[in-house]
Design a protein around this ligand. Structure first.
Ligand SMILES: O=C(O)[C@H]1O[C@H](OP(=O)(O)OP(=O)(O)OC[C@H]2O[C@@H](n3ccc(=O)[nH]c3=O)[C@H](O)[C@@H]2O)[C@H](O)[C@@H](O)[C@H]1O
Length: 457
């Protein structure tokens, strides 16, 4: 039997209603196809977008997969900026900032300390807070050296009611926000890319922090009302290939031996400009190889201690003509006194809201110890304190930005704010080793160091 439906379907249908139905069905098919095409396009774009987001966050969260430290730094800048715009603002955050920055003595300062989780920044913040000044820290916690040490310093500051805002010097939005919240009387600008030899590995980080960051900070400071007075860290390295001894502020500083030194010298020139155009009161301090408890692990005294204790060889440089290399090693407590002396004698800036109203103070000082010690002697002192013989590997100083010798004349700082270093290298290293053993929990391996070490812990 022939299927009735086939018969019916094979017969031509001429009725008007059937034609209309076919036409409608045709339109529905077209619309359906269009809908399918549009949906798959949308799906494709959404998938691409999600994939891009995944790749982006993977890169951000695993920066250490990159062997480029600058990239790590940039990622961190991004993260801290993102952190600020996302969750850092708000009433509770602002209250913390105000509380930290409010002085507790009459006529006390309200100081923004940049690089507060750094070595000198931590010590200065504690000293300012102790005498009743208000302190707000700013630090980007970059990974130039172990950030856990910076976090430990932050915890120490936090115990003393000092709050550190996590952010970057180049974040103009963040900086102006801080100035909106607090009318800072002073900035102690210590944030920088430090280290002489690392400049050959990562030159951009020096430009980013020591030049771009400094300019950004000065831009904010010059527009602030009232303008703060600024004290900032320059470096003994600006003397570069200078051969006159001891180094005086009047000596030439136009022959830097490293990019680090060149960026610090550029900072001094930039300071001149902002003082000249906007009336900012600016004091630069040339630090001479500062050492002590809570110090920087990238510095020789610190990693020599670590390597000697681990029985690893250390490399000791000598000059091209076989002489010993020497430094005017300066103990942290002396440098802190110098920083506070500079803040106490800093005059007010004369401008306001970006307009100069009169000439302003512009100063530069050496903060050294005035008695250079050879690196060989540094190693012998450490050997005695650690009770371990170092495996010394003496080599000619590579051309890496190092200078053979530093020696500060500090008579200008003495005249203007009574700066007088009092700690010799043996005493200072004793305090450092005592801190080191306690911090890393290795007291038993280090000879008992009996003194009245006055480091903060
Ligand atoms: O005054 C400054 O403005 C600078 O001081 C510091 O630089 P430097 O004086 O170079 O200190 P640091 O590296 O501890 O080397 C100390 C000595 O050990 C020698 N040295 C170093 C390494 C090594 O492996 N062997 C060695 O003999 C080396 O030749 C040198 O003689 C800060 O790091 C810098 O940020 C800046 O603040």
């Amino acid at each position: 039997m022939i299927d009735q439906r086939i018969l019916m379907a094979s017969q031509p249908d001429t009725s008007k209603s059937s034609k209309l139905e076919r036409y409608n069905s045709y339109l529905r098919r077209i619309n359906h196809t269009k809908f399918l095409a549009a949906s798959s396009k949308l799906l494709f774009r959404a998938t691409l977008f999600v994939a891009l987001i995944i790749v982006f966050f993977f890169t951000i969260n695993y920066p250490l997969l990159s062997d480029n430290p600058h990239r790590v730094h940039l990622h961190q800048n991004f993260l801290t900026t993102a952190f600020y715009t996302g969750s850092t603002g708000g009433a509770a955050w602002e209250k913390q900032i105000r509380h930290s920055a409010t002085p507790r003595r009459s006529n006390g300062f309200s100081v923004l300390v940049t690089g507060a989780a750094g070595f000198v920044g931590t010590h200065c913040s504690l000293a300012l807070k102790k005498r009743g000044d208000g302190v707000l820290g700013l630090d980007n916690f970059n990974s130039y050296y172990d950030p856990s040490l910076k976090q430990a310093r932050q915890a120490l500051l936090s115990k003393h009611q000092i709050f550190i805002v996590e952010g970057d010097l180049n974040d103009a939005q963040l900086l102006s926000k801080l100035f909106d919240i607090v009318p800072f009387t002073h900035i102690l600008h210590l944030a920088a890319q430090a280290g002489v030899r690392y400049a050959m590995k990562n030159p951009q980080s020096y430009v980013n922090s020591n030049i771009a960051g400094l300019v950004n900070l000065l831009e904010i400071a010059k527009s602030a009302n009232p303008q703060p007075s600024i004290v900032w860290a320059s470096s003994s390295s600006v003397y570069g290939l200078n051969t006159q001894n001891p180094f005086s502020e009047s000596h030439r500083t136009d022959q830097p031996a490293s990019l680090y030194a060149a960026t610090k010298k550029a900072g001094e020139a930039i300071a001149h400009t902002y003082n000249h155009i906007y009336g900012l009161s600016i004091t630069g301090l040339r630090f001479f190889t500062v050492y002590g408890p809570w110090g920087r692990p990238d510095m020789a005294y610190f990693f020599f201690t670590k390597d000697i204790l681990q029985g690893k060889p250390i490399t000791v440089y000598k000059t091209a003509d076989d002489k010993e290399v020497a430094r005017d090693f300066t103990y942290i407590d002396d440098v802190v006194k110098g920083c506070l002396g500079a803040l106490d004698t800093a005059e007010k800036s004369t401008g306001s809201g970006g307009k100069k109203k009169g000439p302003a103070q512009l100063r530069i000082y050496n903060l050294g110890n005035t008695s250079p010690v050879t690196v060989g002697r540094l190693v012998s002192i450490l050997e005695g304190l650690l009770n371990v013989k170092a495996k010394k590997h003496v080599v000619k100083m590579p051309r890496n930005g190092d200078v053979p010798y530093t020696h500060a004349n500090v008579s200008l700082a003495y005249k203007d704010f009574g700066y007088k270093p009092t700690t010799d290298l043996s005493t200072g290293l004793r305090k450092f080793v005592k801190w080191y053993a306690g911090y890393y929990g290795i007291q038993s391996r280090v000879k008992r160091v009996d003194d009245n070490a006055s480091y903060s812990s």
